[in-house]
Design a protein around this ligand. Structure first.
Ligand code: AVJ
Length: 342
C-alpha cells in the first residue's frame, strides 16, 4: 500500500495525478536552477531511479566501499543498547528515512523483539523498486513485523508519514546520507525530521567519519567501475524525468576526496564540447570540454560535528557509538520539547 496516493485531499486518483504533476514541475525547476548554478549541479537524489538504487546496492557490496558494512557491523554490535536507550519494549515504531533495501534494520527490529517489543516498521524511500525490495526482505526475514511503505521524498514530503501509534518512535537516518548536505541544509533536514516526531522520540543518525584519504578515495573510485556507472546513471535518470539529451558516455567520472573540506566530490566531466537539449527543463546547456557537473558531495565528519548537527536541529545527543576502526559513527539523539516550526 502506498500512502502517497492516500493521504492527500479527497479524490485519491485525482489528487495523486495532481500531486505528481506538482512534483514534476518542482523537479524541473529544481534541475533548471541546479544546472545553471556555479558550479553546475544535479542534486544527488536523482541518482535513485530504479537502476540507480540497484547500482547503489551493488556499491554497498564492493570491497572498497566500507561505509555500509562498517555501519552494519556497528549496528549488529550495538543494537541492544540502542534499542534499550530508545525505550526497549515501549518502542512501537521504527521509521527509516531512505530505507533502500533496509538490510541493516533487521538487527534493530530483532533487538526490539528480544526486549519484548512489538514494533512496526515504516519504510520511506523515493524508489518504488527499493520499497518493494524492503517489503520482500522484511516479510521473509521477520514476518511478525508489520511493514508500512511510504513512497516519498523525505526532504520535503514527511507529512506523508502515517500518524504516530502512541508509543515511542525511533527514526533512522543511516548510511551517512547526512553527508550529502552542507551544514545549513543538513540542519534544515534534521529539523524537519524533528518536527515530525514527538518530544522524547529518538533519531539514530549514521555518519561517515574523517579517516585516511586513500581509504575514502578508493570507496568512490572502485576498480570494477560500479561507482562510475552509478554516477553516469544520474544523467539517464534525468533524461527519463525531464526529456533531456545527456549522453552518459561523453562524461568522465571524477571523484576526489578534498582533504580540507572533509568531503568526496563526485563530478561528471565532459570529454568534449557538448550541447545538451534540456527537454522539459527548457533551453540548451553548452558544456565546454573538461567542464564538470557536480553530482554529489559526501562529507566525512568528526564526532563533535555530528553532535553539533543534532543539537542544532532540536535533538539532545544521548549516545555515541563508533566502529572499532573509527570510520563510522552512530549518534542517538532525543527530540527536545520546544520545537520551532520549520
Ligand atoms: C548513500 C549517500 C551514503 O555518499 O557514500 C555511494 C552514496 N555515492 N557512492 C555515499 C554514494 C557514491 C552514498 N550515500
Amino acid at each position: 500500500m502506498l500512502r502517497f496516493e492516500q493521504t492527500q485531499g479527497s479524490g485519491p486518483a485525482e489528487t495523486a495525478t495532481l500531486s505528481s504533476r506538482d512534483a514534476e514541475a518542482a523537479a524541473l525547476s529544481e534541475l533548471r536552477e541546479a544546472l545553471h548554478r556555479t558550479p553546475r549541479e544535479v542534486p544527488c537524489k536523482y541518482f535513485y531511479d530504479d537502476r540507480g538504487s540497484e547500482l547503489f546496492e551493488q556499491i554497498t557490496r564492493l570491497p572498497e566501499y566500507y561505509p555500509t558494512r562498517t555501519e552494519r557491523a556497528l549496528l549488529l554490535d550495538q543494537a541492544a543498547p540502542i534499542v534499550e536507550a530508545a525505550g526497549g519494549a515501549r518502542l512501537s515504531e521504527v521509521v527509516e528515512l531512505g530505507s533502500g533495501a533496509a538490510s541493516k534494520t533487521v538487527a534493530l527490529l530483532d533487538a526490539a523483539l528480544r526486549l519484548g517489543g512489538r514494533p512496526r516498521y515504516v519504510a520511506v524511500d523515493i524508489s518504488a523498486h527499493a520499497l518493494a525490495r524492503t517489503q520482500q526482505l522484511l516479510a521473509q526475514a521477520r514476518p511478525e513485523v508489520p511493514v508500512e511503505q511510504v513512497l516519498a521524498d523525505y526532504t520535503k514530503e514527511l507529512r506523508l508519514l502515517p500518524a504516530a501509534g502512541g508509543g515511542r518512535r525511533l527514526a533512522l537516518f543511516l548510511g551517512g546520507t547526512i553527508g550529502n548536505d552542507e551544514d545549513p541544509d543538513a540542519i534544515r533536514l534534521l529539523g524537519q525530521m524533528r518536527s515530525h516526531l514527538a518530544p522524547g522520540d529518538l533519531l539514530l543518525l549514521g555518519a561517515s567519519l574523517v579517516t585516511d584519504p586513500a581509504v575514502i578515495h578508493a570507496a568512490y573510485n572502485d576498480s570494477a567501475g560500479v561507482t562510475a556507472e552509478f554516477n553516469r546513471n544520474i544523467l539517464r535518470s534525468v533524461n527519463a524525468l525531464a526529456g533531456t539529451s545527456f549522453d552518459p558516455a561523453r562524461f568522465e567520472h571524477y571523484a576526489p576526496y578534498v582533504v580540507d573540506r572533509q568531503r568526496i566530490e563526485m563530478w561528471l566531466v565532459a570529454r568534449e564540447d557538448l550541447t545538451v537539449d534540456l527537454g522539459r527543463i527548457g533551453g540548451q546547456l553548452e558544456l565546454r570540454r573538461w567542464e564538470g557537473i557536480r553530482t554529489e558531495i559526501s562529507r566525512r565528519f568528526t564526532r563533535e560535528q555530528v553532535l553539533y548537527l543534532l543539537d542544532e536541529s532540536g535533538f539532545s545527543p544521548e549516545r555515541w557509538f563508533e566502529s572499532p576502526d573509527g570510520r563510522f559513527g552512530l549518534a542517538l539523539g532525543r527530540a527536545r520539547p520546544g520545537l520551532r516550526r520549520l
